[in-house]
Design a protein around this ligand. Sequence first.
Ligand SMILES: *Cc1c(COP(=O)(O)O)cnc(C)c1O
Length: 426
Amino acid sequence: MKKESLMEMAASMDANDPLRTYSSFFPKSDSRLIYFDGNSLGMLPGPALRNLQDVVERQWGQRLIRAYNEGWWMKPSHLGSRIAKLIGAGSDEVIVCDSVSVNMFKMLVAVLRNSGEKRKVVSDELNFGTDLYIIQGVIDLLDKGHRLELMKSDDGITISNHELETAIDNDTALVSLSYVSFRSAFMYDMTKVTELAHSRGAMMLWDLCHAVGAVPVDLNKANADFAVGCTYKYLNGGPGSTSFLYVRRDLQERLFSPIWGWWADADPFSFNTEFRPAEGMRKYLSGSVPILSGSAMESSLDIFEMAGMDNIRKKSVEMSSFFLSMVDKYLKPLGFRSGSPAVPEKRGSHVSLKHKEAFRICKALIDDSEGDWTIIPDYRAPDNIRVGFAPLYNSFSEIAILTAELARIVEGRLYEKYDNETGEVT
Ligand SMILES: *Cc1c(COP(=O)(O)O)cnc(C)c1O
């Protein structure tokens, strides 16, 4: 590989990148660290540290309980209205609360308890564990004869239109899909799939975990019924930060969350003995919402609002396309192949790179005693190295270095000194 020309090409792409200065919002203590795992746990935004310090020292430390009336109580709605702008929703259609799993549970129960004669939930075999488990759990809990049908993938990367057309039928109550698939980065046509679901009388739930903050989303344009998503991946809200829930305005009154917590009550501080649901999205809250992680997220949302989703998507496509062309040119002969869609319109912001030694290659990349760089992607069984491109802090030069390092590790068989033992988290 002509390493110099590769580095030069990447450097000139960086020089022309309108977002190049944004990486300074995400300071690194180790200049040899390259982080390609923003699709699992986003980096810490520098301004979040200062915001968190204020929330902890001043708001919690000095204002104490008074701080609830000074912003904390309304935080789930305020954060929701800011996330709404990133996903094409109205400011009164999104609320921040609970985990993705719990929000899915609430909407699954809300829909399936009133699904009439319809008995089917459609998802796909590429979907993330929790999404499928929650559906299975709700079907089991309600015990009304619902069943889950998983659309099959011919290539392990995409789901065909034919599968969609045959699986989503008049017996379908709900279609529940990830907009961007966590393993392959395959991205559905949100408007078309939602239209198809509605044409068969089914409701549509989109999981935006691998999309929000990475690709533009327009829930209102697609007329989506529900959406959930997490905030610790591309949105950089920090480990375990609270997720968000979208319910289309005209459905908010009609449906009910099965978790009647006090934050969802119309008058929580009356402490009435009978629950009366609040209006709008607040009726989908359960109990207390974490304030600390919400504060970290605010600093990150400031950065997204400055950068603009169109700029972010443009750079994301350029990054994944650049990497795929490097794979084609330099890495294919070394046993690598892409496990992601080739066309950008069908691809989110990461690339799955397949190799039969994927796991040990990953270990070599991450090992800081091996080579000049510590490079962190992640591994997804059985043979995927997942490379996440976060346009706010990743650069084209980093992609060039990754390419050179992958080639060096395989050409020198450097992965052979690592074993196949996995830790608790991969
Ligand atoms: C990360 C992720 C989740 C996470 O769910 P939590 O309950 O918030 O832990 C769910 N679904 C998908 C598709 C994900 O990528």
